[in-house]
Design a protein around this ligand. Structure first.
Ligand code: BDP
Length: 327
């Protein structure tokens, strides 16, 4: 009987196990809407690097930046269904899919960014994360997206009356449309990529966003009044397709989570720097910024938005109250 020499046997075993690990290795693809140099873009690249490192190359991630793989609502669906594995998403367009996550889109629900992170790190954050996971999106870490304020090309906004009659672009979420309607404006839900041209050609009069996005998109060039309403403080996630994540061993899950959390530390640091830099850049370019002395009329006008959310989701009243009661 022919016996294979031991060296050749070992080679066969090695080849087979290499094949097995090549088959096991996951090559993930990730979506991000932002341009090069944006804090989220840099942080997502860092996430890819850390993922490779911490999983010993068992999981690699190819990032597609600048929204090249489609609009945010489409990309959210892709990650839910497994066409893509990873996304850096704003919770705004996730809200219509996961009612628990929609709580962060209630205007003025957070006192400031620190309050938002305290909420996310507590029981309310767990509830939000569970709601998202149940819809196929597991949040691995939270990114900072600052506060969103109104901007337009005509005048500073100081009162809700200043918004009346204005056509304002919002992200796809009925809560934002309701918010603009309650201020007397006309909401115009639209993809991020279309906003610059729409502001420029007068399809919309204004929009709302944080300093870095107002700057990176060039919106400040065509809508030069930025009014600090700070009406929405919406977190962002590094989200993974639930099936891809749940198929991992506990060790791999921990490595993936750790990589995302470390990328979030970097993102938040870069975010703070970019907020200051973006504000400086746009103001030097001639943008007129105004503080809003009295935000109470804006907040009071939001009562029907809260009522609508609670009427649709009566079981989520404790979640709203928990957030409001968080110091
Ligand atoms: C930016 C968010 C991005 C949104 C965009 C928007 O980071 O995810 O798509 O706002 O307004 O601040 O659509």
């Amino acid at each position: 009987m022919y016996h294979k020499p031991i060296a050749s046997l070992l080679a066969t075993v090695a080849a087979v196990s290499m094949l097995a690990s090549a088959a096991d290795a996951a090559n993930w693809r990730g979506w991000n809407i932002h341009v090069d140099g944006y804090p989220n873009t840099v942080a997502m690249d860092k996430f890819a690097e850390l993922l490779d490192e911490k999983t010993g190359g068992e999981i690699t991630l190819q990032m597609f930046h600048g929204g090249t793989l489609g609009s945010q609502p489409d990309a959210i669906e892709q990650v839910r269904l497994g066409g893509l594995e990873i996304g850096n998403f704003n919770l705004g367009p996730i809200g219509p899919i996961a009612p628990e996550a929609n709580v962060v889109s209630l205007p003025f629900i957070f006192k400031d960014v620190d309050h938002m992170f305290r909420v996310l790190n507590g029981e309310a954050g767990e509830k939000i994360a569970e709601g998202m996971a149940a819809k196929g999106l597991v949040p691995l870490a939270w990114y900072d997206a600052g506060a969103r304020s109104f901007y337009n090309g005509a005048k500073p906004i100081n009162t809700p009356e200043d918004v009346a009659g204005m056509k304002v672009r919002v992200m796809n979420n009925d809560l934002y449309s309701g918010m603009i309607s309650e201020l007397g404006g006309n909401p115009s839900p639209m993809a991020f990529a279309e906003v610059y041209q729409s502001l420029k050609t007068g399809v919309v009069d204004g929009a709302e966003n944080n300093w870095p996005s107002y700057e990176s998109t060039g919106h400040y060039e065509v809508a030069g009044y930025y009014s600090l309403s700070q009406h929405l403080i919406i977190p962002e996630c590094v989200c993974v397709n639930a099936d891809a994540y749940n198929a991992l061993t506990d060790d791999m899950k921990a490595a993936v989570k750790e990589a995302a959390m470390e990328s979030a530390d970097l993102q938040r640091q870069l975010w703070n720097e970019r907020e200051t830099a973006s504000r400086k850049l746009v103001e030097e370019a001639g943008v007129q910024t105004n503080a809003i002395e009295n935000k109470a009329p804006f907040q009071d006008a939001m009562v029907p938005v809260y009522e609508g959310y609670l009427a649709d989701n009566p079981d989520l009243r404790p979640l709203v109250e928990l957030i409001q009661a968080t110091d």
